[in-house]
Design a protein around this ligand. Sequence first.
Ligand code: UT7
Length: 342
Amino acid sequence: MRNAIISGTGFYAPPRVVTNDHLKSQYGIDTTHEWIVQRTGIEERHFADAGVACSDLALKAAEQAISNAGIAKGDLDLIIFCTLSPDYHFPGTGVVLQQKLGLCDMGKFIPALDIRNQCSGFLYGLSTATSFVRSGTYNNVLLVGAEVHSAALDLSTRGRTVASLFGDGAGAVVVSASEAGGRGVRRVHLGADGRFADILCQKIWDISQRPFIPQDAAGIGQVQPEMMWARMDGKQVFRHAVERMIGSLMEVAGQEQLTLDDIDLFVFHQANLRINQYVQQHLGAPESKFVSNIQRYGNTTAATIPSLLHEATMSGKLKRGMTVATVAFGSGFTWGAAIIDW
Ligand code: UT7
């Protein structure tokens, strides 16, 4: 039986740390460390400097993952890039990463696929990578989740609810074929509910209008703040996140005939530490089986799950032979859960 295993992990965050107090002192946001920590658990996040793109963060995480997988760049067969903060509207950032990895110079014109499923992006990507590997189409898939949120946050008091949540970073894994039993992605369960597309979104333009971005008399595009910045009904997102995360976790565990006691490590997407604590308490699983780094990085969207897999592997908390349950929920709404035998 051909399995799809996670053969290597990587993570990179840009060096500049922005604490909750910095949001106040450097950006002039009317907020407090206490408010943010109490509501979200976030203490600080990393922001990339101007000139650094999503693909730049992705490159560093990808190189680590490739090296940790014990393969060469030239062994890759496919790139899957998950992000909501791509370098360009089009083309996708996967091709930019391909070029930055030096694959084009090597004549490795492998396919590059972009996934636009926000906080669930990594699990949508994992499902896609697993299918390609299990079917025998590809042997080594580079799966990256990367975000430069800081460029597109309304870092003012007007935008404080959203701005205090997000940070920049990139996580990557290599999904590889293995004939060895007892290891690999067992199952990924995915879902979406487009009725809530407007609840958490960043529109920027309206493609139904002509032109799609209003112009001034000089032909310069004019984007109003309500279109430019992300909008979110935080309370609705919170409520649905809790329901869907519990539901999809129970669904995927049930399909694999696992009880929660069979899970050695829970790796949840991190939008808000309070959401994850609520889910953990509802499940009644011990805190020692959970990992989190949102305190240090904020919500890095598509990067949170691979960042945790990397940190847990490096620290020894995640070891070969363990069974991992991973869950995500985000804009769309979209969600997913996976069981992985590490
Ligand atoms: O992947 C992203 C998915 N997003 C999420 O998962 C977010 C889920 N939702 C949440 O985490 C919470 O709804 C938030 C943490 C975003 C907000 O917490 P909340 O308890 O729902 O607060 P709220 O939006 O109802 O705002 C309460 C008050 C408001 O002031 P008034 O109108 O009562 O005077 C806000 O303006 O808190 C104010 N507020 C802030 N105050 C200080 C909002 N953001 C801040 C802030 N600092 N950063």
